[in-house]
Each structure stands twice: as C-alpha cells, then as structure tokens.
Write a protein that binds this ligand. Structure first.
Ligand SMILES: Nc1nc2c(ncn2[C@@H]2O[C@H](COP(=O)(O)OP(=O)(O)OP(=O)(O)O)[C@@H](O)[C@H]2O)c(=O)[nH]1
Ligand SMILES: Nc1nc2c(ncn2[C@@H]2O[C@H](COP(=O)(O)OP(=O)(O)OP(=O)(O)O)[C@@H](O)[C@H]2O)c(=O)[nH]1
Ligand SMILES: [Mg+2]
Ligand SMILES: [Mg+2]
Lengths: 290, 272
C-alpha cells in the first residue's frame, strides 16, 4: 500500500535532517499513482500533489523520525482536512422539513431514502417516504415494500407527475404531523436538461432544507462532472456515498468534496435498513490511501 | 505535410489527461503514452488509437447469438448493485425477439424489494414470457423452474436476471455455484454469462470482473449508461488484462437503447 511504499522510498535515502525537493518528488510519484488508482479526479490529484510538495519540501526530519513517516503524515492529514473535519447534521427546517434525494441512475437513492427514514425514526422523528419516481418500472413499489417492512409512513407516486407526487406528500405530512418528508426522485443524467428542470421545479415549489446527492462510491473520474452539474443546478446541501461495503477505494469522495465543497454526510454500507453511517473523514482518508 | 518532429511533452500530457479522465488508470495510461513518445504527433495519435482498438478486439468465446439447434440457450446477467442488469435483461429479450427468436425471462432476483415486479413490468409491456419465484425464495430454484419451462415451451433463449451483489460478499457470490450446478444438471451446453459494468465505474471495475470470473466464467461484458458523460474507459484495463470482450452497450433507459459493441466507435468516443 501507499504508506509502506513511501516509507521504502525514504529508507534507501541517506538521513539529512530535512526533506529535499528530490526526496519529495520521488514520494510524489507514488502518491500520484496511488490517488489515481483510488479513482481520485485527475485535476484534484494534480493540485493535491502540488500542495503536498509545498508542505513537505524543507520539512525538518528529526533523528527520531523517519522521513517517509513525515510525508505519510502530511498526506494523511491533508486528506482528512480536505474531506471535511466535523460532522454537519441535516438542516431539517420547514413545516414540514423536506429532504430531497437526487443522483444518477442506480446510485442507491431509493434504498438510502428508506435507510434515512429508519435512522430518523430512531431519533424520534416521524418521517414520510414520498415516492417521486414515475419513470422506473416498480420504483414506487420498491419504496413501498421498504416502508412497509420498517413501519414507515409512505406516499405512492403519482404516475403522471413527480412534482404532484411531492406536493401531495407534503400536504399529507402537514395533515398528519409527519416530519420530515423524504423525496425519492428518479435517477437521471445531469446532462438531461428536462429532467434537471423537473428537480429545479420541485425545489422551487417545496423548498427542501436538505438536497442530498446520492453517489455510488465506485464512481471514477466522472464523479466531478456529475457533482458539479447537480450542485450548479440545485445547490446541494450534502452528499451520501453508497456501497462503501465493497472494496472500492472511494476517491470520488475526495474529488466531489474538493470540487464542490459540499459536505459528505452519510455513507451506505450495505443493503439492509440499518446500513447507513455517519461519514468519518479519518476512515475515508485511510481507505483512499489504501 | 508530415512533421518529423517528435510529439511534444505538452501534447503527450494532453493525451495522458484524456486517458486518465476516461478511467484508463495510471498504469495502462503510462504504458500507452510511453509507446508513442518517440512518434511524431500525427503518427502518435494514430498509433495510440490503434493500440486502444487492438486492446478491445477480443473474439467472444462463442457467439451466443449465432442460432444453433441447442434449446434453450441461456444468458445469465450478473453484476454489482445498480449497474443496469434488470433493464439490460429486458433489452436483450427485446433485441432477440426482434430477430424472431422465442425468448423467456427468469426473474431470479428474489432478494431485492420489487426486483421481480420490475422485470415483470417490462415483460408485461413487451409480452415476454416470464418465470418468477417467491420474493425471498431460492434463486437457484427459479433458474431450475425457468429452464424446465423454457425447454418444454421450445424457447430459443432463456435470459436470467440475477440480484445485484458486491463481489466482496462471499455468501452472495457462492449463490452462483448453486445456479451453475442447476444448469450443469440440466446439461445446459449454451450458458453464456454476461457481466454488467456501469460506465461510471472507476478502476474497481477490474476488481469486479476478476472476482466474478472466479465464481462463474464471464463470457462477455455489457457496459451501461454510456449515454452519460462517463467514457467507460475502465474497460480498457479490464479487457487488456482479462481478454473478455465487451459485447453490448446500454445507451439509455428505453428498451431499444441497446447496441452491439463497436470497438472503433468506442475509441473515437474517447477523443470526442
Ligand atoms: N451493497 C450495497 N448495496 C447498496 C447500497 N445502497 C444501495 N444498494 C443497492 O444498490 C442497488 C440500487 O439501489 P436503488 O436504491 O434501487 O438505487 P436508485 O438510485 O434508487 O436507482 P434508480 O432509482 O434507478 O436511479 C440496489 O440493489 C440496492 O440494494 C449500499 O450501501 N451497499
Ligand atoms: N441512462 C441510462 N440508464 C440506465 C441504463 N441502463 C440501466 N439504466 C438505469 O439504471 C437504473 C438501474 O437499473 P437496473 O436495471 O435496476 O439495475 P440492476 O443492476 O438490475 O440493479 P440491482 O438489481 O438493484 O442490482 C435504472 O434507473 C435504469 O433505468 C443505460 O444504459 N442508460
Ligand atoms: Mg430509485
Ligand atoms: Mg436488478
């Protein structure tokens, strides 16, 4: 892994008491390769490595420390800082508060909607799951089954209109004092203008306090494209990274955070209803570094 | 006029960026760029595109789409969660039906909520025969029953949709052993396994193909969601290493948004 490789690069060099530019360049090559193999965006890797070089060159290396460890620590700390230091909870403001889940096809929105509702139920909320996907076959049924299994209130999709589905759900939530309303929207490409307009329409009419982009953790270089577009069109308040129970390094996390500045709130760690965890930047940093 | 000057460092970096942004990964990219650094710019680009195309040109182990007397031919659709298996199963059924084949679908995703209903929806819409089991039931039993039904109804192609699963989950991957056993017991000579890859996947795609291939022989790949901005470039390290051909691509959510894989067109797409 990267940590042992960087350490090896340095053990073969003589101890000088400080890191020279040449020393650091050797380590940077390995860092760059490791980050690209972890699917971190090319441009983000470039900037990250320049940053590391600035921090590392001239860095004092005391007799007690190994030079490789110094570089590894700089890389690790920089990753953690970029990934976001503190956990920022959901805003959940509004009467009732509305959470909107958006993202590409198959990223895990429907499953995550149910997980989020379940987690909020445990925090004494009374959420309403609102199916707003009128395109994918059996999408509303999928959410309904998850809702029923976990005793969560559910509003089915209006097959003719995603907007009407959402509006109806908010109306019902008001009547029944349900809070928050979680909108599960259809997967869509960020380059499909009409479909992005559909989301903007829902946003302007219902004013969700939380707009969360659900992203598959194994997304490669495209992560930046999709996150930038969704953020530009909607103004995201948070990211949920799914399928982190796999062995993908998850570099998309760094790319998205770095390029949009939007905080990662939760991670999906499985297909079960409880498989939703708070995001921990230190854990993600170790994972990306491999 | 032809330049005899070597391709510049700047041009090499431009090409390197294209390949990296397409998810080819640092290792294959370094190799391909090193192969052209002594060429002139025109020859360099031509050589690069040729090498990329050559990587993709792999003969399929057998072309499952060539009609033979064995019936039914089985096409098994597998892959990690959310890649487009169910949608692709329906698309393949449609494509084969358009070619005058009698098809049957097996809804062997008994695990995910509405996994069966989703495929059933497609089958009802386009009038495909469908065999399903119980939600929560045994997937191998659905394979068993659907094979018998396909055999007795003289079906040309049986298309089996399976549940999404991460390759890291041993117990889920072991389910394929049970499915294989059922098909072997039925003397299925024409079982073609297709692994579905999402075009947005990064280098984890290689992991997926490697591990799935340890449990069921992967005969071909389907790359979906190529109508997005992702280039699907992880297929280059995958095909380079595994020599498993990409056979189809998904280019949308409609039943007809499905094409035979064209290596030249795919390579051109990288440079658009
Ligand atoms: N292993 C694992 N699977 C997940 C996770 N989150 C979602 N899935 C699975 O990923 C697949 C897709 O999930 P969905 O919830 O249907 O995704 P979606 O974004 O709603 O899909 P569309 O509505 O078609 O865009 C399903 O098989 C889920 O069970 C996760 O954290 N880990
Ligand atoms: N844009 C686009 N979307 C696609 C394509 N193929 C599938 N999809 C969409 O991707 C999402 C997931 O497709 P599914 O067929 O449910 O994927 P799956 O692999 O069966 O998912 P699981 O069974 O949950 O693992 C759906 O919203 C599909 O409409 C494609 O080629 N292009
Ligand atoms: Mg969904
Ligand atoms: Mg499916």
């Amino acid at each position: 892994n990267l940590t042992s490789r960087i350490t090896t690069v340095f053990t073969s060099l003589k101890r000088k008491g400080y890191l020279s530019e040449k020393d650091v360049d050797n380590a940077i090559r390995d860092i760059r390769r490791a980050l690209l193999q972890a699917d971190v965006n090319f441009q983000v890797v470039k900037e990250f490595c320049q940053n590391i070089k600035q921090q590392a060159v001239g860095e004092r290396v005391y007799k007690s420390l190994r030079p490789g460890d110094v570089v590894v620590k700089i890389v690790h700390d920089q990753l953690v800082e970029l990934l976001g230091q503190e956990y920022s909870p959901l805003k959940l403001s509004g009467m009732p508060p509305v959470i909107m889940l958006v993202g590409l096809q198959g990223s895990g929105k429907t499953t995550t909607a149910a997980k989020l509702a379940n987690s909020l139920t445990k925090q004494n909320y009374k959420p309403l799951l609102s199916a707003c996907d009128n395109r994918r076959p059996a999408a509303s049924e999928q959410l309904e089954i998850l809702a029923q299994k976990n005793q969560i209130d559910f509003n089915p999709v209006d097959p003719l209109s995603a907007l009407k589905s959402a509006e109806k759900a908010v109306e019902i939530a008001r009547k029944k004092y349900l809070n928050p309303v979680i909108l599960d929207t259809a997967g869509r490409l960020h380059i499909e203008h009409q479909l992005m307009e559909e989301l903007k329409d829902i946003k302007s009419k219902l004013n969700p306090s939380d707009i969360l982009l659900v992203v598959d953790a194994m997304t490669g270089q495209d992560a930046v494209n999709l996150a930038e577009s969704f953020n530009k069109e909607l103004g995201l308040t948070g990211i949920i990274l799914t399928k982190l129970d796999g062995d993908t390094r998850g570099g998309a996390a760094l790319s998205i955070r770095q390029v949009t500045g939007v905080p990662i709130k939760y991670v999906g760690t499985g297909e079960k209803i409880d498989d939703l965890m708070q995001f921990y930047p230190k854990r993600m940093a170790s994972r990306i570094l491999g | 006029s032809r330049s005899t000057d070597k391709i510049s460092q700047e041009q090499l970096e431009e090409l390197e960026e294209i390949l990296l942004l397409a998810d080819l990964g640092p290792d294959l990219t370094d190799y391909l760029i090193s192969e052209i650094k002594n060429e002139n710019p025109q020859d360099g680009l031509t050589k690069l595109q040729q090498q990329l195309t050559d990587i993709l040109k792999v003969d399929a182990a057998e072309d499952v789409l060539i009609p033979t007397s064995d019936k039914p031919k089985v096409i098994l659709i597998a892959g990690v969660n959310g890649t487009g298996k169910t949608t692709s199963a329906a698309k393949i059924a449609y494509l084969l039906t358009e070619q005058d084949n009698k098809v049957m679908l097996a809804a062997a995703d008994t695990f995910r909520a509405a996994g069966i209903e989703q495929l059933e929806n497609w089958a009802k819409k386009y009038d495909f025969d469908l065999i399903k089991g119980q939600y929560g039931g045994d997937a191998a039993a659905v394979v068993h029953d659907s094979y018998d039904a396909a055999h007795s109804r003289n079906v040309d192609y049986l298309i089996i949709d399976t549940a999404g699963r991460l390759h890291t989950k041993k117990n889920l991957m072991n389910e394929f052993n049970k499915i294989q056993k059922v098909l072997n017991n039925k003397n299925c000579h024409r079982c073609h396994n297709l692994l579905v890859l999402d075009a947005t996947v990064g280098l984890n795609g290689l992991q997926q193909v490697q591990i799935f291939n340890q449990y069921i022989p992967v005969h071909g790949l389907i790359v979906t969601k190529l109508d997005g901005t992702a280039k699907g470039g992880c297929v280059f390290p995958v095909v380079h290493q595994m020599r498993i051909p990409v056979q189809f691509i998904g280019v949308g959510e409609g039943i007809e948004d499905f094409q035979f894989f064209d290596p030249e067109k795919f390579v051109r797409g990288l440079f658009n």
